[in-house]
Design a protein around this ligand. Sequence first.
Ligand code: AHR
Length: 338
Amino acid sequence: MRRVSRRRLLGLGVALVGGAAAGCGPLAGLDRLPPRAAPTAVPSGTVGYQDLVVGFAQIGAESAWRVANTVSMKETADALGVELKFADGQQRQDNQIRALRQFIAMQVDVIGISPVVESGWDDVFREVKDAGIPLVLVDRRADVPDDLYASYLGSDFREEGRNAARVMAGLVHGRASIVELVGTLGSAPANDRYAGFREILDGYPDLRIIASESGDFTRAKGREVMASVLRNFGRQITALYAHNDDMAMGAIQAIQEYGLRPGTDVTIVSVDGIHDAFQAMVDGTLNATVECNPLLGPQFYELALKVVNGRSVPKWVPSKESVFLADAAQQILPTRKY
Ligand code: AHR
């Protein structure tokens, strides 16, 4: 027997919620939507992409990486015919929690979320589970018991931190005074990139971190924090490790304004692999970027469909990633999609 999605059962679909899928502003359109009546019985069978109603609670638009991730989620939904309800959390956990409750009220078929920070999700995730809606973590993990989510799709952030340290050690021949620009405090990528980097540094006594501060994954904060660290440490600084490319781009500006040459006087390694980072490598102001792949839309909807159809899925679906050095940047730049 064919399983019918909540959208079909309720017959309220696209007309009611078309505004929300377009996603303009925080939680666009979601507040205005009436809750759907609860389905009584869901026959088993197969749901197709065109039956699927997905709620996705995005973090915000703090970086070029995040913008690319949002585009991938929206464009893939359009291409597959999935009905997507998109909520922009504007980097606030309370907004994301509110979005999840609205998705529950709408009785979407499946929920995706990139949790802005790791902790504080147990209660709302349990509400999602009690409502019978499967939840997929997208890009970032949450520190919750395994039974509260179906799968995590995303990167190995700790390995990214290790890779950043490995490439840094090679570039500076094992000796440097490093400034670290940390991502959003309490977020999975900031926690893991911090820890992974230090794991490798333990083997290099002359690689020293002299300052470590949060730049919240944004370009503006990266520039501001780097300028202040430069005022305190000046030419003592010989290397920079930024948890994302956007903070590195901001820091590059601060280093230039201070009168040092980024990429030469200060060796810089960051994470993401955005277009601007490749351009900076071509320009000689960035030395390496460790890739973190934001183009998760296709893998996400495939997972979501499997979960809704009751198929088994791995608890972690890792994304494929590389490390890029400046000497390959010119050739690779035109092929970058984000
Ligand atoms: O969670 C992935 C991280 O979030 C990216 O590295 C960063 O750019 C983004 O804001």
